[in-house]
Design a protein around this ligand. Structure first.
Ligand code: SF4
Length: 499
């Protein structure tokens, strides 16, 4: 089947209609605009009440979110940033989870005006990784020290659900012997960023061991969405994309990741859209998003709009939107990526981000060929702001007091979906994570850290060990002896022990 015919069969209207309420979707632009307009110049007392609610780890209402977005006072913003970090510490403590994106294909049937992969960009060189190439890419990513991947695919019949499921199995099959020869390292969790799919296709990914399924709405504003996504493409259907996560939930995938591409439309509106999305998932499934991403549009080869959109977000507004998202959806993971330049990324992590990437290569096949983006410009979707190695970023964060975690235990112990939401809201998951962060950081320091990173890392891990030994929760729950035994076994060369 050619790509055009294939595209005609992707959208299943019944898998949109079943989620509508009275024929309407959950993005009511009038209500968003009214909420934003009526909360201009908010009373500081009201802002303080809202911050208290965030600290109770409760999802804020759209009205409350609009109030925070309208704060003008510098001192109040300072307080909001401090509270955002407090919220993060309460839920996730001082850990930061690392992942690597793995671009598997850049063929795409769509033509989004801001994207280097769009089908009418003739400058782009197209490729779909073969099984062998995926293995080589995976080996390179493992040898940087990574344990989790987000595999990224364009929307095309050559990278359909069957291809995605097969590529996930290939990634999981790769094992690299550790330097001590006493175990092996591997990718323990594969997340996927791919086009919206029908429930039947999503079930295929679930069976292949999908971790989190990620789809960004790009922009929640319907008019702007229509301008950027030609109507005769699959992606031109706003609602098919809007309900991608609802279908994922129905397919049994309970860790879903939402996001917006900031710079396409007004940033305050997009924050409101993300919060409305979280509310609708909670309303219809009782589970909010596992993570939220807020990539800022970066220059994309062959795309005029990527550098000239009237809505590009400056650094100050970017810091504000991250702060408000942290406060508005306190239980969710927040992802800041290597799109951002190093200093900003470092600062943003201090407003409550929980996940980031490093040693990132977004060219197709670029990890195994060790290509920098400048050498691969015709195979990338956009340009990165930070190309530092995992080792360098881990070291920088360790200096700032953040422990790198490669933990994937929660998923493998069934702590997903509503179970993890409850644990996150009560602060219990953070405790398990602390143990697993130390265990996986031990593995990294032994196997991949440079001598400089090891020096900083050992000091940090000693501090963490002392905190764990002094925390009554761990001894009361009888977790301490198991943890200490695992820690010493890992230090001696065993791998993949988790709680
Ligand atoms: S943004 Fe995604 S769907 Fe749109 S052209 Fe790029 S790869 Fe294709």
């Amino acid at each position: 089947m050619n790509a055009k015919d294939w595209s005609r069969h992707v959208i299943k209207q019944s898998e949109i209609d079943k989620y509508l309420i009275n024929g309407k979707d959950f993005i009511d632009e009038t209500s968003i605009s009214e909420n934003l307009a009526k909360s201009a110049n908010p009373d500081p007392a009201l802002v303080h009440d809202i911050l208290k609610k965030s600290l109770e780890i409760k999802l804020l209402s759209p009205q409350e979110t609009a109030v925070l977005l309208n704060v003008k006072d510098k001192e109040l913003w300072k307080e909001m940033k401090e509270t955002a970090l407090e919220v993060k510490k309460k839920v996730y403590d001082n850990r930061i989870v690392f992942f690597a994106p793995l671009y598997c294909s850049n063929l795409c049937v769509n033509s989004c005006r801001y994207c280097g992969f769009r089908c009418d960009n003739k400058e782009e060189k197209r490729h779909v990784l073969s099984t062998e190439e995926i293995k080589n890419e995976t080996i390179s990513v493992i040898n940087e020290g990574h344990k989790r991947l987000i595999a990224v695919y364009g929307e095309h019949p050559l990278s359909d659900a069957d291809y995605i499921a097969d590529s996930m199995s290939t990634i999981y099959s790769v094992k690299c012997t550790t330097p001590s020869g006493n175990g092996f390292n591997n990718i323990r969790r594969v997340n996927v960023n791919a086009a919206p799919m029908c429930v039947e296709d999503l079930k295929k990914l679930w069976r292949a061991g999908l971790g989190t399924y990620q789809v960004f709405q790009e922009t929640y504003h319907k008019g702007r969405y229509a301008e950027l996504h030609p109507v005769d493409t699959v992606k031109g259907n706003y609602r098919w994309r809007l309900y991608a996560m609802h279908r994922a939930m129905d397919a049994g995938i309970d860790d879903v990741a939402i996001g917006a591409l900031f710079g396409l439309y007004d940033w305050r509106f997009e924050v409101m859209g993300l919060v409305e999305h979280a509310h609708d998932l909670e309303r219809q499934f009782g589970i909010g998003p596992h993570t939220i991403s807020f990539p800022r549009m970066q220059p994309a080869p062959g795309s005029f709009i990527s550098q000239n959109s009237p809505y590009l977000v400056n650094d100050d507004d970017f810091k504000k939107l991250v702060t408000v998202l942290r406060l508005a959806v306190p239980y969710t993971g927040l992802i800041v990526t290597a799109r951002e330049h190093a200093e900003l990324r470092r600062e943003i992590i201090g407003y409550g981000c929980t996940q980031t990437d490093a040693s990132t290569k977004i060219g197709i096949g670029a990890y195994s060929k060790q290509k920098k983006q400048e050498e691969n410009i015709e195979k990338v979707q956009f340009l990165l702001g930070d190309q530092r190695s995992l080792d360098e970023v881990v070291r920088e964060l360790a200096v700032d007091g953040y422990i790198t975690s490669f933990c994937t235990a929660g998923y493998r112990c069934g702590r997903t979906g509503d179970k993890i939401m409850n644990l996150l809201e009560s602060g219990t998951e953070g405790k398990f994570c602390k143990l697993n962060a130390v265990l996986t950081f031990r593995e990294f320091l032994n196997d991949y850290a440079s001598p400089e990173t090891r020096i900083v890392g050992e000091t940090l891990i000693e501090k963490e060990l002392k905190e764990i030994e002094a925390t009554s929760f761990f001894s009361e729950k009888q977790l301490l002896p198991t943890f200490l035994s695992y820690y010493h076994r890992l230090a001696a060369g065993e791998r993949d022990l988790y709680i």
